[in-house]
Design a protein around this ligand. Structure first.
Ligand code: FCB
Length: 442
């Protein structure tokens, strides 16, 4: 097992917790626009009030300290810092993150900041968003503003959160903002997100910045529903689409041949991929962030582009209907090491939504405790087999705006009573606090 210090933390994202979407010069994001559209988000929920974290951040970092968190992963809202996606910084927006990072450091909590967790300025979406190449330059400029602005306060940076979701759920499947259903745009968006990542990492090194930079991918374990050749091929396609497209580009400097062929056949010429792009994308990383929730079981099908459908698994499910299969996380981590070599990994998200009930001032979320316990054990099994995992960040610190599910799904280890904005640590938060103490010999 690696002897590098291990960080126990929790994560959130700007749009999911901050609220205050029209305050202090913040610009409109694609999630404001998407949530305002009829039928896009459950119950017509929007980014307000969320957890009002923009106003309550002090109370929230005090809570993190009480829970003994060693690390906190948050994201910076692009439209708060650079409202129109180009041009000068909005000082009030940047100050918010400066104060937050200072507060964390004062409490001995290590900040881990994500530059992009899905809230693109709407002004850039009006020009095509991630599907249009100019976004790469825009993102590099925004990243410079944030890296300069938080210089000396944040040492650990994540360029993107889950570019698969940004591009394919946002531009191809229409499930998330901006809600487009255009597979060719999805493939272009994925490429531009990766290219933007590469440019920012290259600039980070060229500027001689102190600290570490990586990217977070949502990775899956794709399993065939049967041992038929068709289902095995379907699982291989899902793996190519969800995992290898990103991992191979970032860590091998080449897109997987089977997926290039499939996308070309199904979506048309891949002319967004210009000579030299893959070299830019494959910058050496200080770490890879891994988000893991569940494996996928798939069967061959006539559905467009990927030709597969998801099949129900024989496992307990969470409120999202996601199967609970902790051993898949060990398998995934071992696979990353086997196929991509030794590279420091952070589990940047893992957690579960359940139907929590506030009962007599308490939330006894024993199923979440069981989920976390089993997944942490799965991470520790991978570490014992030599996988270099350096940290684990529970998703999420707080119940929050769960994208298209609105406030209906609660992922927090801390319950948020949205009517009063009271924070109530669930049993899982107290359990996690004690686990952190035990793992640190306390
Ligand atoms: C991930 C997202 C995160 C949260 C969890 C449940 O895909 O990165 O913001 O929504 O899922």
């Amino acid at each position: 097992m690696s002897t590098a210090p291990f960080i126990w933390g929790a994560g959130t994202a700007a749009f999911q917790i901050e609220g205050a979407t029209r305050i202090d010069g913040r610009g409109e994001s694609i999630w404001d626009r998407f949530a305002a559209g009829a039928g896009n988000v459950a119950n017509g929920d929007t980014g307000d009030p969320a957890c009002e974290h923009y106003f309550r951040w002090r109370e929230d970092i005090d809570l993190m300290a009480e829970l003994r968190l060693q690390g906190y992963r948050f994201s910076v809202s692009w439209p708060r810092v650079q409202p129109a996606g180009r041009g000068p910084v909005n000082p009030k927006g940047l100050d918010f993150y400066r104060r937050l990072a200072e507060g964390l450091r004062e409490r001995g909590i290590q900040p881990l900041a994500t530059l992009y967790h899905w809230d693109l300025p709407q002004a850039l979406q009006d020009e095509g968003g991630w599907a249009q190449r100019d976004v790469v330059e825009r993102y590099a400029e925004y990243a410079r503003l944030v890296l300069d602005g938080l210089d000396g306060l944040v040492e650990d940076w994540i360029t993107h959160n889950e570019p698969w979701v940004t591009s394919f759920l946002g531009y191809a499947q229409g499930i998330k903002a901006p809600g487009l259903r255009d597979w060719a745009a999805g493939v272009r968006a994925a490429h531009h997100a990766l290219l933007a990542h590469g440019v920012v990492v290259r600039d980070f090194r060229a500027a001689g910045r102190a600290g570490r930079i990586g990217i977070t991918l949502d990775l899956t374990v794709a399993r065939p529903a049967t041992q038929s050749a068709e289902d095995i091929a379907a699982a291989e396609r899902l793996d190519g689409h969800h995992n290898r497209w990103f991992l191979d580009a970032l860590l091998r400097g080449a897109y997987p041949g089977d997926m290039l062929e499939l996308y070309e056949r199904e979506t048309g010429p891949l002319d967004a991929i210009a000579p030299g792009d893959l070299e830019t994308i494959a910058q050496p990383l200080d770490f890879l962030g891994v988000n893991f929730y569940r494996p996928n079981l798939v069967a061959a099908d006539v559905s467009p582009v990927l030709g597969l459908r998801e099949v129900e698994q024989d496992a307990e499910v969470t409120a999202m209907d996601w199967p609970v299969v902790p051993e898949a996380l060990t398998e995934l981590l071992l696979r990353i090491k086997r196929d991509y070599g030794d590279l420091p990994l952070l589990i940047t998200e893992n957690g579960a939504a359940f139907q929590d009930r506030l009962d007599d001032g308490e939330v006894d979320d024993e199923r979440r405790v069981a989920y976390l316990r089993a997944h942490i054990a799965a991470v520790e099994r991978a570490r014992a087999q030599g996988v270099d995992v350096r940290g684990y960040y529970v998703w999420s610190l707080l119940d929050n705006f769960e994208w298209e599910w609105g406030y209906e799904q609660r992922f927090g280890i801390v319950y948020v009573d949205y009517a009063t904005q009271r924070r109530i640590p669930k049993s899982s938060a107290l359990w996690y606090r004690d686990l952190i103490a035990r793992r640190n010999g306390g």
